[in-house]
Ligand binder design. Structure first.
Ligand code: SIN
Ligand code: MN
Length: 203
């Protein structure tokens, strides 16, 4: 893992190319074990419409969404415990946060060519003094960043496989989302698409 000078966009720190190709492949394989133990599911939003991303989690707590709302749960919707967070993922958290306190939640999002994620804030956690660390693998994604307040100006940046974004400090609660994926831009995933991993101290 190589920490290079970071780029900052609207307060979000972006570490381009922090994971090299073998590290990306190792993380992909570790995440496919996570998905085997806790299969991807397509969450429902509050009004019943399905999200376009599929997701699962690792760690003590996993993020779920259904008609009852958004929250962290100690088990997968099918009833099994979430698998442990892979060591290679925890190493990224330590490298970019410098913290020995491990995250307790690792959300794994899978985007196929048509998936996207609307602008939102990550605000289901108990303590916003911890950052959110987000790792990109596979196809490029157009990441949009707004403000803490709703509405107003936004700016976008393409995230590529091996990039890591950190939402912390004054940018911890900025609105963010994924407008689209550039299908076929990476050969990391056999079936194409993009994996995003977000690490959080949830509760
Ligand atoms: C998220 O906000 O949960 C995902 C962001 C991303 O896919 O990069
Ligand atoms: Mn988010």
């Amino acid at each position: 893992m190589k920490l290079r000078p970071t780029l900052t966009l609207r307060g979000v720190e972006i570490h381009k190319g922090i994971l090299d190709a073998p590290e990306q492949a190792a993380m992909r394989d570790a995440l496919s074990d996570v998905v085997r133990a806790a299969p991807l599911f397509r969450p429902e939003m509050r009004r019943g419409q399905k999200m376009s991303v599929r997701m699962t989690s690792a760690g003590r707590l996993g993020w779920v969404s259904d008609r009852r709302g958004y929250r962290y749960e100690p088990r997968h919707p099918a009833g099994m415990d979430w698998p442990p967070i892979p060591d290679c993922v925890l190493a990224v958290w330590r490298a970019v946060t410098g913290s020995e306190r491990a995250p307790d939640s690792c959300l794994v999002n899978y985007y196929d060519a048509d998936a996207r994620m609307g602008l939102h804030q990550d605000r289901d956690e108990a303590d916003f003094s911890w950052p959110v660390v987000s790792i990109s693998l596979g196809d490029d994604a157009l990441f949009r960043i707004g403000s803490v307040e709703k509405g107003g100006k936004t700016e976008s940046i393409w995230l590529s496989s091996g990039d890591v974004a950190v939402l912390g400090g004054p940018a911890r609660l900025v609105h963010h989302g994924i407008d689209r994926i550039r299908a076929g831009s990476s050969s990391l995933l056999a079936r194409g698409g993009r994996i995003n991993v977000t690490l959080r101290v949830a509760g």
